[in-house]
Structures are given as C-alpha cells and as structure tokens.
Ligand binder design. Structure first.
Ligand code: 6GU
Length: 225
C-alpha cells in the first residue's frame, strides 16, 4: 500500500511515521507514506496557497490551483483508489472505514486548513470526506495521522501475535475486556482468579462476558444492532 498526504504543514505529520509500529511497517516495506508540501506547488509570489473567500468573511481558504497541480503530478505517476479530504464535516471515521481502506492500493489524503479548501476541489477531485470526531482541529494533519495509523496497523505483517488486531475493541462491535500482567497480587489488589486457572475455555468465556459488560456500561450504542 502507498499513502500520499498533501499538507501545508508536513513537519506536523512527520513524527507519527518515525516511531514504533508505523516506522516498522515502513521499514519492512509494507507501506510507503509520502508527504507533499502544498507550497511546493504554488506559482505565486511568496509561495502563497490560500486567499480570502469570495463574498467576504473571516478566514483564509486553500486555493484550487496548487492543489490541482499537486494532484495532477501524483496522478500522472499512479492511479488512486481514493482521494480523501480530511474535514470536520466529513463522514465520521470508524473501524469499518479503516478495515475497508486497508484493502486499497493507493490512497491520497488532503489536509484542510484555515476555513477549508475551495469547494471545487471537493466537487471535482475528492472521492471521500472523513472526520475523526465531533470537535474541530486546527488542520487535517493530526486527523490524517490518526486515519493512517488505523489503516496501516491492519496491513498483513504489520502486527504480530502479541499485537494482533483481531482482539481490538470495535473489531467485533464490542469493547476489549480488561487485561492484567504480573504481579498477580500488588498491594492486595489481585487479578481475577480465572485468568490464573490455565483453563482456556473458561478464560475465553470470562473475556467475552467482560467485553459485553464493559460495552453495555460504556458504549450501549454499539449493541443497538
Ligand atoms: Cl479531519 N479536520 C479538522 N480540521 N478537524 C477535525 C477533523 C478533521 N476531524 C475532526 N475534527
């Protein structure tokens, strides 16, 4: 898989891909992540990429021209399965979206800034619009990092048995059950006996029960369907 990200703040997006699981996935050649600085595609003085909005009103808008030039350059090199605009008014990203996107070959993400981007970019280039939740971020960069992480960890070979995605919260519409590690008794705070029993069917039944209890208590909306 290959992920291209167009942004006015590439520095903000670097570090998530330079540590831990995402770095390992890139080093292993399981995914390529390429950041593109929108300013490099400006043809204007001072590499300007934004302008005042027609009709007046506060806030700058990213212009169509540099975005179009960047998209055209990238599309000349490969075809994209999705061109995703990261925006708080997009579809709320969930695990199902992550699962679907992890099956794609090439994804292009576009990070909004200021008041957003010229609507014509959305009308003519964008194939999907995603938000990561009902709050407003300064730009789409952190959201693009979140979506990339959720996708990349699902790629075959990225996780091992210890970090398997199969037992994640949401993968079966349930939250994950509680987990414990040594010591079995810390200051008199003990670990549930069943986990020390070595009886795997019982342990699995306990985990399932705990997952359902936790979901009922914290996220009853997940049990609705
Ligand atoms: Cl994708 N962008 C911005 N700017 N804010 C957000 C978001 C995206 N998702 C939630 N809030």
């Amino acid at each position: 898989m290959r992920i291209d990200i167009i942004t006015v703040l590439p520095e903000l997006l670097k570090s998530p891909f330079e540590a831990s699981i995402l770095k390992r996935a890139i080093d292993k050649g399981l995914v390529e992540v390429h950041l593109h600085n929108l300013r490099d595609y400006s043809t204007m003085n001072h590499k300007q990429v934004d302008d005042y909005q027609f009709g007046g009103g506060a806030g700058m808008v990213l212009m169509i021209e540099p975005i179009h030039r960047c998209i055209q350059k990238l599309q000349a090199e490969r075809t994209y399965d999705e061109i995703i605009y990261m925006t708080p008014d997009g579809k709320r990203f969930d695990q199902r979206d992550a699962n679907k996107l992890s099956l794609k070959g090439n994804i292009l993400m576009l990070c909004g800034h200021y008041k957003g981007i010229d609507q014509r970019v959305r009308d003519h280039f964008v194939t999907m619009e995603l938000s990561i939740g009902d709050y407003v971020l300064s730009g789409g960069e952190l959201a693009a990092a979140v979506v990339s992480d959720a996708i990349i960890r699902l790629l075959p070979g990225v996780l091992n048995d210890e970090t398997s995605a199969l037992t994640d919260s949401f993968q079966d519409d349930l939250l994950a059950p509680p987990v414990y590690t040594r010591p079995a008794d810390y200051n008199g705070w003990t670990v549930p006996e069943v986990l020390l029993s070595g009886h795997f069917p019982k342990i699995e039944a306990w985990r399932e029960e705990q997952a359902i209890l936790r979901t009922k208590e914290r996220r009853p909306d997940l049990l609705d369907d």
